[in-house]
Write a protein that binds this ligand. Sequence first.
Ligand SMILES: Nc1ncnc2c1ncn2[C@@H]1O[C@H](COP(=O)(O)OP(=O)(O)OP(=O)(O)O)[C@@H](O)[C@H]1O
Length: 264
Amino acid sequence: MRIEAEGLTWAVAGRIIVRDVGLRVESGETVGLIGPNGSGKSSLLRCLAGLRTPAAGVVRYDGQDIRGWSARRIATSVAFVQQAAEADNDLRVADVVSLGRTPHRGPWRGLGRTDRLIVEAALERLGLTGLRSGRWRTLSGGERQRTHIARALAQQPRCILLDEPTNHLDVRHQLELMDLLAGTDQTVLVALHDLSLAARYCDRLVLVHHGRLIAGGTPQEVLTTERLRDVFGVDAHLDHDALGNTSITYRGVAAREGGPVRQR
Ligand SMILES: Nc1ncnc2c1ncn2[C@@H]1O[C@H](COP(=O)(O)OP(=O)(O)OP(=O)(O)O)[C@@H](O)[C@H]1O
């Protein structure tokens, strides 16, 4: 599914948070959304997931304006894995993942055989089969995060939006998740702070700064020493090899004009 935004603007309490964003993620692409803290990544993802009403502009799924769509209709197309997603404390892992089937069945109907198979497959893909009976309140941060990603997969959306899905994961689980996202046929837009992961796994990156989309393209095109300094405030050395891999060595916080130089 293609997901796009045109002239998208969202404001709260008189402050513009997402400013005139034009973005297009093609069917099957894995696109990384990068930008410093507070630049508007989560807000943009929420607008794209239909959770925020834009002040201006439009969000389209496969060319269709989603204005007026019900939450359920949106959820059959798009799954959103939020940063600090919560779930009822008493639920078991498998129950949380089963919630992903709700848009397809309605809240009060039990799971059918196909639903159960889909839930089992999602548990397995996130390595949660052994934890299926674990209680939510007993899970680690990373286990909760994987559970929410499994719920999103069980939803069988055509597009997955993820907000910092790797922040609680150990290195192996980070790589497994990124492999999964890059390998799926679904359209993926994923906000990431880890620029090396973003460069390694994403087909394209889009860079948000002060609510505006200021750059988009291949990781090699978007990640430059100038942007790392000007947008992220760090001095870094970038190596883009012939195979398209990028390695980033951070040297320190970029010196502010008139400020102290802090380098290691
Ligand atoms: N509901 C809201 N009410 C008031 N301010 C908000 C609201 N949602 C977001 N903001 C503000 O909008 C700005 C962008 O926030 P957002 O969470 O979209 O950024 P982000 O790029 O995802 O940040 P981070 O990388 O820290 O998660 C922040 O200054 C935040 O305080």
